[in-house]
Design a binder for this molecule. Structure first.
Ligand code: KG4
Ligand code: ZN
Length: 369
């Protein structure tokens, strides 16, 4: 789809271990646009952090500094090329994309990593004399549900499950949230990663633990369902992780508690399946109760863990309303969702002051002004 009057947004994401850049095209007029991804790129630093089994902030910062300028240049070039290829030779000059807005993640996330994107975005906005909006990463994940599909009408419930967050939010309108609950300790994705580490599987654990889970017996281990009956919408995954550790120690008496060892395929697959089932049971039960109480028209499943097919299938089966899951290319961190979140905030009149724009390592979505 090509708009008659277009607004181009440069999205920048550096909150953790992915450097991401995107150019998004919108009408600049309504919340109900079908946004068009003109060009985008994600560079994952997984290889840099793998040997440490987790993200090292200092290294993440260094990698973002090295890669971001190159990626912005490449994405802008690709955006221009895609536009020019659909125009006649005479229109080439005027078809060059002019970026109208910079949308950059300023929180929550790792402070040294966030600062790289923020500083770059501010400089770009100032140089081009265009507005900049500091975007909340979690809100970005929520808007990923509007890429390639149009969710049902408000109110909606969003289940946000990523490496850093596990939250249930009630969304009354674009940009209007009530927080129903969140994790009191580890995030869902983080628990997948830690279990993967205990089993000596590849980092990050989520994708490989979920693959192994498909080969195992989910009844083999009786892991706890933490806070299942707590009566609120909060989550806790630290105890579940500890239960997995004890189960592994039981299977291999005498091992050091934190020593990652190689376990048989049978043990590995069964632990993964039983652990995954426990996580899904809790996520689904809490979401089900939130749906019963708040009666949304649908549920959005977003964030890195939304790539877990078993979680998506179970939610779809158990909930009485439609469950909308972004395409896998948008579930992990990307800058397209950041550009879209910035667009919605722009429509609501938000502008950040480039001279005072700051990063927020912690920043609940209910506190976005
Ligand atoms: O949203 P994301 O890319 O980054 C954060 O904002 O944290 O999420 C990354 C998380 C990691 O913990 C990763 O292990 C998890 O998402 N993940 C999965 C799956 N794919 C990625 N967890 C469970 N099952 C998956 N298939
Ligand atoms: Zn994320």
């Amino acid at each position: 789809m090509r708009y008659t009057a277009s607004m181009f947004i440069l999205g920048i994401e550096t909150s953790c271990d992915e450097t991401a850049v995107a150019v998004l095209e919108t009408t600049g007029e309504t919340h109900t646009d079908t946004p068009r991804v003109v060009a985008h790129a994600v560079y994952s630093q997984i290889e840099t952090h793998t040997e440490y089994g987790g993200v090292v902030p200092r290294l993440a910062k260094f990698e973002h500094q090295k890669n971001l300028p190159v990626m912005v240049k490449a994405v802008l070039k690709e955006a221009n090329a895609s536009r020019q290829s659909s125009k006649s030779q005479n229109d080439l000059e005027e078809s060059k994309i002019k970026i109208d807005l910079v949308a950059v993640t300023v929180g929550p996330g790792l402070a040294p990593a966030l600062a790289v994107g923020k500083d770059f975005g501010v400089e770009f906005a100032k140089k081009n004399n265009i507005p900049i909006i500091g975007v909340n990463h979690i809100e970005g994940h929520i808007y990923s549900a509007w890429l390639d599909q149009t969710p049902s009408a408000f109110p909606l419930i969003a289940l946000i499950v990523s490496g850093g967050h596990t939250q249930l939010a009630l969304m009354h309108d674009f940009g209007e949230y009530d927080m129903l609950g969140s994790t009191v300790d580890d995030a869902a994705g983080e628990s997948f990663d830690k279990v993967g580490k205990m089993l000596n599987l590849e980092y990050p654990g989520g994708p490989v633990v979920s693959k192994r889970a498909e080969l195992g017996d989910s009844e083999a281990y009786d892991f706890p369902r933490p806070m299942l009956t707590s009566g609120d919408y909060n989550f806790s995954f630290a105890g579940l992780k500890t239960a997995v550790l004890y189960a592994l120690k039981g299977d291999h008496a005498g091992r050091m508690a934190n020593a990652a060892a190689t376990y048989s395929d049978e043990i590995t697959n069964n632990v993964c399946a039983s652990f995954q089932k426990a996580v899904i049971d809790v996520l689904v039960a809490k979401t089900k109760r939130a749906v019963k109480e708040h009666k949304p028209t649908g549920v959005l499943l977003v964030g890195g863990v939304a790539a877990n097919e078993r979680l998506g299938e179970t939610l779809k089966k158990e909930l009485p309303v439609p469950v909308m899951i972004p395409d896998k290319k948008w579930t992990g961190d990307n800058a397209v969702m950041i550009a879209l979140a910035g667009y919605h905030r722009y429509l609501d009149g938000m502008r950040s002051d480039p001279d005072t724009l700051d990063i927020h390592a912690r920043w609940p979505i209910t506190e976005i002004i």
